[in-house]
Write a protein that binds this ligand. Structure first.
Ligand SMILES: [Zn+2]
Length: 188
């Protein structure tokens, strides 16, 4: 039975412990990494500016690659901090994404021996809503697969957690008037 990886109060408390303000340096740290807290439209605005400069298809590629690099680097790092790998790391990371406002995730299937997976992304707080790019572009009347950033993030996450290099694709998107976004990964 697929399970929505909803963050618990415990996850939130755990998260707060890792968020530290160093007064001497006026620096906000998350797991010892300089960090920022910012509204969803920050990332959407970056994608929008990229589309303006290079067009939709190229922008999707850039966002995919950015997501991949972020997912790979961050999950590798968190896996070391938490001392876990594989499915346990993927589930804990997706709950960690939920607690940080990156979406509410649901693993439909996952094979850590090949890296093949199907993962649904929901908006988070409200029950049936897409991820941030899907919601942003649907709001603007754009009917396109909008969350290549998350397709990359999931592929990078699976690579870091399982050691299998995979390609991620979004095959349902809130911007396409689905009620959620859905991603598949296949070995590369
Ligand atoms: Zn989407």
């Amino acid at each position: 039975m697929p399970e929505r990886l909803k963050a618990t109060k415990n996850d939130f408390e755990e998260f707060l412990k890792t968020l530290v303000y160093k007064e001497g340096d006026q620096l906000l740290l998350l797991y010892d990494l300089p960090a920022m807290i910012t509204p969803h439209f920050t990332l959407a605005s970056m994608m929008d500016a990229t589309i303006e400069a290079v067009g939709w298809d190229k922008a999707r590629e850039i966002m995919y690659k950015s997501g991949y690099n972020i997912g790979y680097a961050y999950v590798s790092r968190l896996g070391k901090s938490w001392g876990i790998a594989g499915e346990e790391l993927i589930k804990r990371y997706l709950r960690y994404e939920n607690v940080r406002g990156w979406g509410l995730w649901e693993i439909i299937d996952l094979d850590v021996t090949t890296g093949k997976a199907t993962i649904k992304g929901h908006g988070g707080v409200r029950a049936e809503e897409g991820l941030l790019f899907g919601s942003f572009y649907r709001g603007k009347g754009v009917r396109k697969y909008a969350d290549s950033f998350f397709a990359g993030l999931i592929a990078g996450m699976i690579h870091a957690a399982t050691g299998k290099k995979v390609k991620g694709t979004e095959r349902r998107c809130f911007a396409m008037e689905d009620t959620y976004c859905e991603f598949v990964t296949v070995p590369e």
